[in-house]
Design a protein around this ligand. Sequence first.
Ligand code: ADE
Length: 774
Amino acid sequence: MLLLLLLWQIQDEDISASSQWSESTAARYGRLDFEEGDGAWCPEITVEPDSLKEFLQIDLRSLHFITLVGTQGRHAGGIGNEFSQMYKIKYSRDGSRWISWRNRQGKQVIEGNRNAYDIVLKDLEPPIIARYVRFMPVTDHSMNVCMRVELYGCEWLDGLVSYNAPVGEQMSLPALPAYFNDSVYDGAVIHRCVCGLGQLTDGVCGLDDFTHSHVYNVWPGYDYVGWTNESFPSGYVEIMFEFDRTRNFTTMKVHCNNMPSRHAKAFRQVVCYFRSEADWEAAPLAFGPAEDEENPGARFVTVNLANRMASAIKCQFHFADAWMLFSEITFQSVKRCLPLSPRLPSPEDDPTHKIDDSNTRILIGCLVAIIFILVVIIVIILWRQVWQKMLEKRGPGRIPSPSLITCFPRCVPASASAAASKSTAAAAAAAVQDGAPHYAEADIVNLQGVTGGNTYAIPALAMDLLSGKDVAVEEFPRKMLTFKEKLGEGQFGEVHLCEAEGMQEFMNKEFLFDIPEDQPVLVAVKMLRSDADKNARNDFLKEIKIMSRLKDPNIIRLLAVCIYSDPLCMITEYMENGDLNQFLSRHEPEGQLAVLSNAPTVSFNSLCYMAAQIASGMKYLSSLNFVHRDLATRNCLVGKNYTIKIADFGMSRNLYSGDYYRIQGRAVLPIRWMSWESILLGKFTTASDAWAFGVTLWEILNFCKEQPYSQLTDEQVIENTGEFFRDQKRQIYLPQPVLCPDSLYKIMLSCWRRNTKERPSFQEIHRALLEMQP
Ligand code: ADE
């Protein structure tokens, strides 16, 4: 399950710096992709090698688990050219003790930017648990640097601020010894590890065989912290956990290795003591996990903490065998419920009225809470409307990201590769800055189609060009339309198949060659619901404006409109074979199987022809800098003789609801078609359309018989996106379809290249597909 993901809006006052060069390069301008002020945070003086005096600091207001950071330099629209080639990170949980971040090999310096424009993302391995984070530019010679930064993570709900444990030990093995030390512990290590967090909270669970690790280039035993009973005559290892505040604990989960062949087992019993105020409570809690001889693998053992209140817990883990190896320990506690208006009991309180009185207080509290929530919702709605208006007025230029931290939590159990996982949908959610029910990048105009929330996205610049001109399509007399059947339905209206009399006058010559002059023409009529609100109406009109300018044989053509009266209608060409997904699902590849089943067939050449038409339509869209953002077979229509036209039906058609992933009421994402940068960073470009084209091609070659990554859950697809980002050869690619020759699979693979610049343009894809046809 994904965690609840929040877009963190960092207030300006929570971003500070050691110094600033001028008011217009103050800390608050240090947000990634934010072009306000002079375009970045710049310290007052040049940065000297090894000085480490300058920093940009973010106060996250509470503890966070931070897994990824991004940096960017200052270009200020071509005037500036300052960036930081290297930097270090310091963090603090309490604001007083600052810790230098090091990677798993102990290196502190992180490679930064190579130019003033590009965003460079760095995976934090190990992740940071902190409230305060400082970015410190590092240089090898005296130079001016400026930085913009972003943090990705999520709130650290465990509340654990440190654990204190005996130093891990070493096990002799036939080849190399296994070291069970806590190698990323960020506190002091003398005889015990004190005042820090480390491998037990780094989100990486050890493998079944402790000699192997998820992490590259490390020693056997790396993922585990472990001890032998020979060093503990008491028979147990004591670990103390300190928390940010007194909490009501429900469970503790301990990820233990279990390799009987190496005498490593989970604990036999654990005895926990609780400290809520100054003193340890006398009554401990004892728990003995059930023996599980059948399952030899590493596992989480869940300890019921029985709602004990504590700000510190001390647990004695009793050995069950010679070795005890832990890789993660997590705590679950009840969410804090603050009283709305705390009131101390007074001696005047009449005990006979106590129950009534407290009920009244609860009732009043609830009412106040409801009123407060309603007020907040109203303020947010009003604020959004104002914001939207401002954006419309702004024209070109990026929407400044109000966030400096985007929720990007790491795995919990399972594997380190889950790392980027939960993260990601988060980052996409983070891109939902305008409250629109879809994911959106900066310079895009979002259109809601009647069949759903369809979203052709165009650069604000292109939108400006359009807005200056009239709609290039004519009004059609509504009475000349005769309803035939309903083709589809969505949140905002319906699509009907209609006969249109006299439509020939409204059609370009290229459409007319096979239509008799005096016969009605079949058209698809998209109709806005009569009860649609003002926003839906405006979006419908905007869609008309944009669609009226799209003129390409492989893009669905807007023929005419009915906008002088309600309901608003768009009249488009009718494609008699429906959408490509359903069309191919009904067909089989040519061959014996088809002969036996008597199913209609489509030849390989026809598949290539259809794919080439999609590439051609996309070539046209990309030439206008249009980004489709939802290219898939479900959004392509099929006419006579395998003609294909790209459309965008939005995301609310029930038939395809399984293709969209919903983020907690925020965004609807076609994650199986989306590039890693669209999911992780909310970036939608022609290169991400190329990625989706690769997936569309894969669907076509599979005759749409299988959903992409059908064996993966949505969460696993998002985890896999993290692997594409990491690029450590652990990402899973869609497999080569049976029918697909190597040359075609190579095109797909090129569309899924990590580096957006290395993906082919639609021109290249189109040419390659044409060459494939006889
Ligand atoms: N369904 C929605 N729009 C359509 C169109 N233009 N042709 C055929 N089916 C459709």
